[in-house]
Write a protein that binds this ligand. Structure first.
Ligand code: NAG
Ligand code: NAG
Ligand code: NAG
Ligand code: NAG
Ligand code: NAG
Ligand code: ZN
Length: 518
């Protein structure tokens, strides 16, 4: 493997040193495996030894579990939940932040997507963007991310995103995107597969981090790739038993395919490897049923699907096979709490409207805060086939979030699940532990082992320099976008225009502007 021409931020390996943390006196949103349901424990204790939760109880933990090095943390007045799980993200895009506040999916493909951005970002840009993006997520209480890593435009940019994931200390399912990049020289799938094997064979790369290697591939349909290429991707995934396989599925008039049946035909939907279909927009009843049969999940990314317009018209019909994701955090919220809240109220609206359309009055509420909480936590774990993620239970991985129960928005809370899902904001996340290690503490991100020089300030400086460079290039590259009347080649449907609203009185007062400078 080639040495990269940029410096990873943390030269020192993540510390593998043992740690033990006891949270005392908090309200814990635990998971009862026997009842298959959340269980709230008030005035409880939560003990972490190394990377695992070893005790969750109403009183003190058994003394035999305590260690000499156990750090006791007063959690009185706090709410402790599992970390949130983001099942779809592209961490490298952080440097595009605010550039696309009013974009659409068609414009995205031409300006910001994996093919449009090839050549725009160096390995350094990918590394520091990925790191800053993960810190944003950690700050907001996300502890696990399935990263559809389509920053693989060269061996160097691919490796940079992986190294940043490892350095972040978060639990990243880093899914290398195999795609044919028409650069000079072209960067093609066979070379990427060889590179993936080299990364997987590098025993020092992942160190003791919770990051693992997965596969992302968006060409499962016979029309989108050769059988040889698809078979090579499947052979790689199965022979290396990767931690996850993921793909973008956007059906309906978008015609971006990767249907569950195409994945089944390619031989990847029904192995022991978890498969996560992002969006699943316009999934049919048959598609959803197939996912149930093979127990694979969709990552619903509500804010993305509303912002860009892929939409999610049927997604409230298969929430039993769904988890939540953020997708392109450069355009909107990078946290899962926002997604859970947005989706909860969307599902409610849709199901209320069905009653109102009959000119009847809904008497009950169609979706509960508890269900939104499960989508944001445990269902993410199930999507990754990880019973030990997204729950607070003995034996689960120690990925937990401590919420400031005395924050103004939460004050007076009774139901801790409702407090988090409907009242808290990411600013109320006081601490975050991943794999038994502090990743946010007293409202501040912990960089590396927390003892390294520069800390978050150094990351910030390095990221902002990169973002200015990348943004200037992107703004100056005025890539053409499809216009009304064009035919979208993936589906044969026409490109149309959305009606725009007007917040100023009068006709044609205009769309207004966005505020960007090159
Ligand atoms: C990328 O990595 C693969 C696997 O190590 C290697 O075969 C290939 O030559 C590398 N590409 C370049 C341009 O170095
Ligand atoms: C493994 O990856 C690390 C980090 O990129 C690199 O320094 C090292 O040379 C690699 N080892 C091998 C055997 O390729
Ligand atoms: C693949 O790895 C998972 C754990 O990540 C393990 O449970 C499973 O048994 C492995 N499957 C095969 C076929 O080795
Ligand atoms: C999935 O594989 C199992 C055996 O491993 C088989 O019984 C089942 O029919 C398969 N499901 C589908 C939808 O092909
Ligand atoms: C976004 O807004 C700008 C004006 O500020 C406009 O030029 C551009 O066409 C808009 N983009 C879309 C996709 O609507
Ligand atoms: Zn995506």
């Amino acid at each position: 493997m080639r040495t990269s021409h940029y410096l990873p931020f943390l030269a020192a390996p993540l510390l593998a040193e043992a740690s033990s943390i006891l949270f005392n006196g908090g309200t814990i949103v635990a998971f009862n495996r026997n009842k298959n349901a959340l269980e709230v424990i008030r005035d409880g204790s939560l003990l972490i030894n190394d990377d695992r939760i070893v005790s969750v109880s109403a009183g003190a933990p058994s003394a035999s579990l305590l260690r000499k090095d156990t750090e006791v943390v007063d959690a009185k007045g706090k709410i402790i939940t599992p970390g949130f799980i983001d099942t779809h993200k592209h961490g490298w895009q952080t440097s595009f932040k605010t550039l696309a506040s009013n974009t659409s999916l068609l414009e995205y493909f031409s300006r910001y997507g994996e093919f449009a951005a090839a050549g725009l970002l160096t390995a350094e840009d990918v590394y520091i963007g990925q790191l800053a993006g993960i810190y944003e997520a950690l700050h907001g209480g996300v502890t696990t991310i399935l990263d559809h890593a389509h920053h693989a435009w060269s061996n160097q940019t691919a490796e940079a995103g992986l190294l940043a994931s490892v350095d972040s200390g978060a639990r990243i399912f880093w899914a290398y995107a195999f795609h044919n990049i028409p650069s000079t020289p072209p960067y093609l799938v066979p070379e990427q597969l060889a590179h993936f094997r080299a990364l997987a064979g590098n025993t020092t790369l992942l160190r003791s981090s919770p990051t693992s290697l997965g596969v992302a591939y968006d060409a499962w349909d016979p029309a989108a790739s050769t059988a040889t290429e698809r078979q090579a991707v499947v052979a790689l995934a199965t022979s290396l038993n990767v931690s996850v396989v993921t793909t973008h599925t956007v059906l309906g008039p978008w015609g971006l395919t990767n249907t569950p049946s195409a994945l089944l035909a390619a031989g990847i939907l029904n192995t022991s490897i978890p498969v996560v279909l992002s969006h699943g927009s316009f999934l049919s009843p048959t598609d959803a049923q197939l996912l149930r049969t093979v127990n694979q999940y969709v990552s619903v990314t509500p804010e993305s699907e509303f912002h860009y317009g892929h939409s999610n018209p049927t997604s409230h019909r298969f929430l039993d096979q769904a988890a939540l994701g953020v997708d392109t955090h450069f355009t909107y919220s990078g946290d899962i709490l926002s997604q859970a809240r947005l989706w909860l109220q969307t599902a409610r609206l849709r199901l209320y409207e069905a009653v109102l359309e009959r000119w009847e009055l809904p008497v009950n509420n169609p979706m509960s805060a508890t269900q939104a909480f499960l989508l944001a936590t445990r269902n993410g774990g199930l999507a990754l086939r990880r019973e030990d993620l997204g729950v607070i239970a003995v034996g689960a991985k120690a990925d937990v979030v401590v919420w400031d129960g005395d924050a103004p928005a939460l004050l007076g809370w009774n139901d801790p699940v409702a407090a988090v899902i409907l009242h808290a904001s990411v600013g109320d996340v006081e601490s975050v532990v991943v794999d038994g290690k502090w990743r946010k503490r007293d409202f501040k991100i912990v960089v590396g082992d927390g003892k390294g020089k520069g800390g978050y300030e150094a990351v910030k400086k390095r990221f902002v320099e990169s973002a200015r460079r990348v943004q200037k290039k992107l703004i100056e590259t005025k890539s053409p976008v499809p216009v009304k009347g064009d035919v979208w080649p993936y589906s044969g449907y026409l490109v149309g225009e959305a009606e725009t609203v007007d917040v100023l009185r009068g006709e044609g007062t205009g769309y207004g502007t966005t505020f960007l400078k090159a």
